[in-house]
Design a protein around this ligand. Sequence first.
Ligand SMILES: [Zn+2]
Length: 106
Amino acid sequence: MAKIFMAGDKGAVQIKIPTPMTIKPFEPPARWHAVSESRGKEVVHVVDVLENHGFGKCSCEDFQFRCQPALDDKRETHRCKHLVAAREAFADLMIAKLLEVADQTQ
Ligand SMILES: [Zn+2]
């Protein structure tokens, strides 16, 4: 059974994803499209999980106006919901690759 990290534990990450969205490979493995719906219109943001030394980067306003300035000032910041979701897709891709390699070496 996977260890459940509690907020405040070393290595713990709190994840909040309030909005359903679709993550599509754009330039994998680093770049993804986060597709969500806002007021009946499809909205696409470009997410790069490797930018900012691995913190990630997103084209949305939340990232541009809240996350990036905090990062630039070396203040603690959160990841926008698109970046959180894209990191999940990135993790799935990496896990699949690791399992592939493990299968080949057995
Ligand atoms: Zn975003």
